[in-house]
Design a protein around this ligand. Structure first.
Ligand SMILES: [Zn+2]
Length: 68
């Protein structure tokens, strides 16, 4: 079973496991895109699954999705 995350737990995960900040204040499930603020100041949207499991913890400027 997948753990069911609350917005508070996600907020804590984001602040301890990344340099980004969580801007979203509600979480409705793994398919929802959350709004983050990157350490560089850019905002970006990502599902928490990608953020957590695929290590996509920065905006696409700081961490391009498809490195050449
Ligand atoms: Zn960035």
């Amino acid at each position: 079973m997948n753990k069911r995350w609350s917005i508070e737990e996600i907020n804590k995960f984001v602040s301890t496991q990344s340099e980004s900040k969580l801007l979203s204040t509600e979480y409705h499930g793994f398919s929802q895109k959350l709004l983050f603020k990157c350490a560089c100041g850019n905002n970006f949207e990502k599902t928490f699954t990608k953020f957590k499991n695929k290590n996509q913890r920065k905006c696409e400027v700081c961490q391009p999705l498809k490195p050449r």
